[in-house]
Design a protein around this ligand. Structure first.
Ligand SMILES: Cc1cc2nc3c(=O)[nH]c(=O)nc-3n(C[C@H](O)[C@H](O)[C@H](O)COP(=O)(O)O)c2cc1C
Length: 348
């Protein structure tokens, strides 16, 4: 079905195609369980105090304003992360701001956190009971006076309705955001967020989403701060603002974050490095170029307990999660592994 629709969708500008996808998903026309697969229990995994039906999550940025998380869960994703949500509604950067690099299996985006803002999104989620595991990814407004305050607002407003909250310090399209990779700045941010958790008597898991563009010495520092700051998982990685040289598409020099196949190996390498550094103290969620059972398995044996994807979904369509689950189960069977958790970090 998607193979019939794909040429039509790919004729549209990428953002128009995306908006159309969200609008159609809102009709919620797929029957539930349609995208479950045989032997899916092999993919069940306990993490963050939750039972994930499978490790294939939808990454932040697709459902920025929490309009379609239930229909997306129905497509067979093990969890969905909405956002990035900023305190105030914002429009983001001028269009065009998403670019399809078909020959590279990639996207470049410089959306700049367009979303409906905390109030609208909170009400939307409250009136639309989640039918699976829902993460909320938070970040600061472009014109904010203090980015830290914006993160605090996000946590205060969402801790009681999310299964976990992701602190997004890694989007390349918001000025100054990635400065939070600095050890002292990160320590200070996480200390404040932990105080908010304590004041509100909540144990909501906080996840940290990291950039692939950091130096190796930062890996040690971030792992150290995260371990001391009660971070429940590290998401590796966001998009990269470098790594353009080997691309073949003419528009490879568009400004923004690059995602998809060119990011695959970069993020897997980062998972390996963090996995060694963390030594099992904090689990990893692997993201970047996951588009098949093979690419999913590579990240799991590199140390990821869960996965997320975005660009692979754009290229493979509604059956992406289902297809990857089937392929992954087949790989586990071939390897004689009974449950996905037994494969985590196997290559390290
Ligand atoms: C169009 C687009 C918008 C995105 N928006 C966000 C966002 O708002 N917040 C965020 O943390 N990551 C965002 N991301 C990054 C993805 O969540 C993911 O980390 C990245 O794309 C790598 O995964 P992929 O190769 O499977 O796409 C966005 C990615 C794309 C392609």
């Amino acid at each position: 079905m998607f193979s019939i629709l794909r040429p039509f969708l790919f004729n549209l500008d990428p953002e128009t195609a995306h908006d159309l996808a969200i609008k159609s998903l809102k009709f919620n026309f797929f029957p539930s369980k349609m995208f479950e697969v045989e032997d899916e229990q092999m993919l069940n995994i306990e993490l963050l105090g939750k039972n994930f039906p499978n490790p294939i999550g939808l990454a932040a940025g697709f459902d920025k304003s929490a309009e379609a998380y239930n229909p997306l869960l129905k497509l067979g994703f093990g969890f969905v992360e909405v956002g990035t949500v900023t305190p105030l509604k914002q429009l983001g950067n001028p269009k065009p701001r998403i670019f399809r690099l078909e020959d590279d299996g990639a996207l470049i985006n410089r959306l700049g956190f367009n979303n409906d803002g905390i109030e609208i999104i909170k009400n939307r989620i409250k009136s639309n009971e989640k039918k699976g595991i829902l993460g909320i990814n938070i970040g600061p407004n472009k014109d904010t006076e203090d980015q830290k305050t914006d993160f605090c607002l996000g946590l205060k407003k969402f801790f009681d309705i999310a299964d976990y909250i992701t602190i997004n310090i890694s989007s390349p399209n918001t000025e100054g955001l990635r400065d939070f990779h600095d050890q002292e700045k990160l320590k200070d941010l996480l200390l404040t967020l932990n105080t908010i958790k304590k004041d509100n008597k909540t144990n909501i898991p906080l996840l940290l989403k990291v950039s692939p563009d950091i130096q190796d010495n930062h890996i040690f520092e971030i792992a150290d701060v995260a371990t001391r700051s009660n971070i429940s998982a590290i998401i590796l990685t966001n998009t990269t603002d470098g790594n353009r040289d080997n691309l073949v598409s003419k528009i490879k020099k568009e400004e923004g974050g690059l995602s998809g196949e060119p990011l695959q190996q970069i993020s897997t390498n980062m998972i390996k490095k963090f996995y060694k550094q963390l030594n099992g103290k904090i689990p990893i969620i692997g993201v970047g170029g996951v588009n098949s059972g093979k690419s999913a398995y590579e990240k799991i044996i590199a140390g990821a307990s869960l996965l997320q994807l975005y660009t692979g979904f754009v290229y493979r369509g509604p059956s992406t999660a289902q297809d990857i689950k089937k392929e992954l189960i087949q790989i586990l069977k071939n390897e004689g592994i009974k449950n996905i958790k037994d494969a985590v970090g196997k290559a390290i």
